[in-house]
Write a protein that binds this ligand. Structure first.
Ligand code: PEP
Length: 242
């Protein structure tokens, strides 16, 4: 089955009104007319409105970096899936390794966030990935299966997106080889439906994007650092369209 590739930029806790404006102007210039791949940016919550308004009517979609597992209530500091949907989001990242590691998000909590996103009409981007220690212990498949199965046991994955993000390759400049990526994607592919996209994240740059996207089970990328540099993100999106 032919799946349209997705390239999503995770801005993490970066940005400001003026720099967002400049980045979005450049992205619209470079990507606005491109066909053949879906593309999204995921800014911090407080800029969702600004980014949605600027991208309205363009082929670039907007995503949130996280959502609460709760619909509403006394959860100080949290933001619900319905709230980000109302701000124009199409996607929501759930279970990013920084959320799992720095904020203690558990597999069941991530699965609940997945369900909350789906229930609000968002497309969840579910991140899974092993640490270096787990990879070196030969536990990569066990770890990503545990993270994914928690969702599969309880919910239907359908048109959601799975992002394979080995923790040791995120923000480190240390690359997984296209073959290492393909091996894990092929393993994940057997667990999900044909319409589910599986994208790769972990130090994707213009220099390695084409080789990674050429792998048969790679349906695009989740891009951190390089999504903040207009030319790099544009070049990565272009690599997904060829
Ligand atoms: C990420 O944060 O999801 C990510 C893949 O970051 P980077 O591209 O910077 O490794």
């Amino acid at each position: 089955m032919q799946r349209t590739r997705l390239v999503a930029g995770n801005w993490k806790m970066h940005g400001g009104r003026a720099s967002n404006q400049a980045l979005l102007d450049a992205l619209l210039d470079g990507i606005g007319g491109l066909k053949g791949a879906e593309c999204a940016v995921c800014p911090p919550f407080c800029y969702l409105q600004q980014v949605s308004e600027r991208l309205r009517g363009s082929p670039l979609a907007v995503g949130a970096q996280n959502v609460s597992e709760h619909a509403q209530g006394a959860y100080t500091g949290e933001v619900s899936a319905a709230m980000v949907k109302e701000l124009g989001c199409r996607y929501a990242i759930v279970g990013h390794s920084e959320r799992r590691q720095l904020y203690g998000e558990s597999d069941p909590q991530v699965a609940a966030k997945f369900a909350a996103a789906q229930g609000a009409g968002l497309t969840p981007i579910l991140c899974v990935g092993e640490t270096l220690q787990e990879r070196e212990a030969g536990r990569t498949e066990e770890v990503v299966a545990r993270q994914l199965d928690e969702v599969l046991r309880n919910y239907s994955i359908g048109t959601a997106v799975v992002a394979y993000e080995p923790v040791w390759a995120i923000g480190t400049g240390r690359n997984a080889t296209p073959e290492q990526v393909q091996a894990v994607h092929a393993f994940l592919r057997k667990k999900v439906s044909q319409e589910t996209k599986i994208v790769y994240g972990g130090s994707v740059k213009p220099q390695n994007a084409a080789a990674i996207f050429a792998m048969p089970d790679v349906d695009g990328g989740l891009i951190g650092g390089a999504s903040l540099v207009a030319k790099d993100f544009i070049d990565i999106v272009k690599a997904a369209t060829t």
